[in-house]
Write a protein that binds this ligand. Structure first.
Ligand code: NDP
Length: 451
């Protein structure tokens, strides 16, 4: 008879490191989850003996492929593409596609691992996946981007499907890129199906999908503040990023009566002491999305603002902070600075923007701190609703979807409370999200036996 293998956390993490050399982001993501799950599993023999966490931390498969395309000068360019299908215990794989030069297998494995828990938290039937390429869309013409997307899909199409794996957008992949990829999928397969989300409204997309991640993060933040009988009225917010998530988070903060002080991109951040109102947010959206501009040009349009090159905005005093750009953009010292300056709440719009040191600082200070897998789940939640609408061949109204998004974010908040309430008014949202997400996936895996 097999003897169940009760390794402790350090031994488990040693194994993860050994099996995934040169994959620091993936190891970091597993570590953050394992810290909570090992505590939770202490008295749960079945999860141990069935090696559930070990199995979730081993992707079902990682597909890696060559993507060749021709640039406008006739040069042949070669990129690498991936799809990481992490776990489909509770539904088809689901997760975005990222085009950015920093994309590696490690980054996509961490994102697919996180996505598995996040998708479980939404309450919708979606497994976890993620994909992308080290292609850099910056400076490329629209025709080059189209050719790249078509070439990428020419391989990806054989690994995805409405009931298999449903990708969406992420960094560097918005509505335009989804359109190019959907067009190519349809051309190759002759199949009009809900194989991607984030589609245009005319061809199967859902209302509020574009806004959902940023809006959802702010709804989650409002839920957290409500546990302290507070709301966003009059609160100052520091936000990083100036893409889809950041601009929509800013928009919702303004709608709920808060004042947004900063936005950023990879060049640095802008600080506008007058507040970044709706008109200014609209300017940023047009500037970054349609003109493909840089955030530093904000100060030319709005001269009272300042631009700080090469820095993140965490030194600007604020009541609430929303990191909405990328992974590991908020480090331990940034976390200490935010707390020293009186920041009361942090809601992550990006995936794993806070490094492990920063997470430990927020936890030790017992501030309201939501990990991305809880607070940025609004995007994938509305993607899940897009899948339902595609299956039903109908479109829901904006008010219905807004209400569903709000309800899903409140539901995730409740799940976090169920496992994260530490008493004395402190809620450990990281622990709550990790355990609630894990339990759902783990229980499904137990039902399937050893597969
Ligand atoms: P966008 O491409 O629309 O915007 C990304 C923003 O982050 C840009 O301002 C970009 O600046 C900045 N950024 C990207 N990489 C870096 C970097 N290495 N250093 C500093 N700044 C950087 O992406 P999204 O807004 O869609 O995504 C932002 C984050 O939110 C990501 O972590 C993503 O995984 C997460 N997320 C997105 C969801 C969605 O629905 N879109 C859903 C859930 C999570 P620059 O222009 O200079 O590159």
């Amino acid at each position: 008879m097999a003897v169940s293998d009760h390794v402790d956390l350090p031994t488990f993490m040693e194994g993860v490191k050994k099996r995934n050399p040169y994959q620091p982001e993936f190891v970091q993501a597993v570590q953050e989850v394992a810290e909570d799950i090992f505590e939770f599993m202490q008295d749960k023999e079945e999860y141990h003996s069935q090696q559930i966490l070990r199995r979730i931390a081993e992707p079902d498969r990682v597909v890696s492929f060559r993507v060749c395309w021709e640039d406008d000068n006739g040069n042949i360019r070669v990129q690498r593409g991936w799809r990481v299908q992490n776990n489909n215990a509770i539904g088809p794989y689901k997760g975005g596609i990222r085009f950015h030069p920093s994309v590696t297998e490690s980054v996509l494995k961490f994102l697919a691992f996180e996505q598995t828990f996040k998708n479980a938290l939404t309450g919708l039937p979606m497994g976890g996946g993620k994909g992308g390429s080290n292609f850099n869309p910056k400076g490329k013409s629209v025709r080059e981007i189209m050719r790249f997307c078509q070439s990428f899909m020419t391989e990806l199409y054989r690994h995805i499907g409405a009931d298999i794996d449903v990708p969406a957008g992420d960094i560097g992949v918005g509505g335009r890129e989804i359109g190019f990829m959907f067009g190519q999928y349809k051309r190759i397969t002759n199949n009009f199906t809900g194989v991607l989300t984030g589609k245009g409204l005319e061809w199967g997309g859902s209302l509020i999908r574009t806004e959902a991640t940023g809006y959802g993060a702010v709804y989650f933040l409002a839920n957290m503040l409500a546990t302290k009988s507070e709301d966003l009225t009059g609160k100052t917010a520091v936000i990083s990023g100036s893409g889809n998530v950041a601009t929509h988070a800013a928009e919702k903060i303004v709608q709920l009566g808060g004042k947004v002080l900063t936005l950023s991109d990879s060049g640095g951040y802008i600080h506008d002491p007058d507040g970044i109102d709706q008109e200014k947010i609209d300017w940023v959206k047009t500037h970054k999305t349609h003109r493909r501009g840089r955030i530093e040009e904000y100060v030319t349009a709005f001269p009272k603002a300042t631009f700080v090159a090469g820095k993140t905005p965490w030194g600007v005093p604020c009541d609430v902070a929303l990191p909405c750009a990328t992974q590991n953009e908020l480090l331990g010292d940034d976390a200490r600075m935010l707390i020293a300056n009186g920041c009361k709440a942090v809601a992550e719009g990006a995936n794993m923007p806070t490094d492990l040191d920063g997470v430990h600082v927020f936890k030790a200070a017992k501030i309201l701190y939501a990990p991305g897998k809880a607070s940025n789940a609004g995007g994938v939640a509305v993607s899940g609703l897009e899948m339902s609408q595609n299956s039903e061949r109908r479109s829901w109204k904006e008010e219905e979807l807004q209400q569903m998004l709000k309800d899903i974010m409140s539901g995730i908040h409740k799940s976090c409370l169920a496992y994260g309430d530490q008493g004395g008014g402190y809620i450990d949202y990281v622990k709550g999200a990790n355990i609630a997400g894990f339990k759902k996936v783990a229980d499904a895996m137990l039902a399937f036996g050893v597969v």
